[in-house]
Each structure stands twice: as C-alpha cells, then as structure tokens.
Write a protein that binds this ligand. Structure first.
Ligand code: SF4
Length: 92
C-alpha cells in the first residue's frame, strides 16, 4: 500500500474560522518557512504571489514538524485543534 493511499483514509474535521496554526506576518520568509513549503507532509504551507509563506492547516496531521522548525524563531503559532476537530487517524 502506498503512503498516499494510507493518508487518504484519514479524516479531517475543519474548525471553520479557527485555524490551529498561523504564520506570523512577514515581508520576506525565513529559510525555515520556505522549507515548510517542501517538508510539510500534508502540503499545508504554500508561497503566495507576494513571496510570503501561508498556511492552510486543513488536513494537518499534527506531526509537529513546523512547530519544531520554528520553535526558536516563533514564526509559527501552533496549537492543538479543539477537541473533536482536526485529524482522525485510521492507521496507527
Ligand atoms: Fe504540516 Fe506537520 Fe505542521 Fe501539520 S504539524 S502543518 S502536517 S508540518
């Protein structure tokens, strides 16, 4: 089974209007923020047309990669989703 097929069975309940991850406003993204557009396993981070990094945490697997990568810089505000929201894993 491919990893994409396993990820497909996960379910995600969006907490509309209350994203559990936010990127702090910035003009030019740091190397860590740019890296997140490549390493987030759920593809939540993208670069907008002004060159700033944005996050859309729908589908976030709570792996913590972005939290760890920006722990020192504080560029990402990270909280667990409210109870009942967020990812529901079907495997492990
Ligand atoms: Fe992506 Fe993991 Fe950060 Fe969620 S916790 S946005 S899956 S890097």
């Amino acid at each position: 089974v491919k990893v994409e097929e396993k990820l497909y069975v996960n379910r995600y309940l969006v907490d509309a209007g209350r994203p559990h991850i936010k990127v702090r406003p910035h003009e030019t993204p740091s190397a860590a923020l740019v890296a997140l557009t490549h390493v987030c396993p759920a593809g939540c981070y993208t670069t907008n047309d002004r060159g700033q990094v944005e996050v859309a945490p729908d589908g976030c697997m709570e792996c913590g990669t972005c939290r760890v990568l920006t722990a020192d810089s504080g560029e990402v505000e990270w909280n667990y989703p409210r109870g009942g929201y967020g990812v529901l894993f079907k495997f492990g």
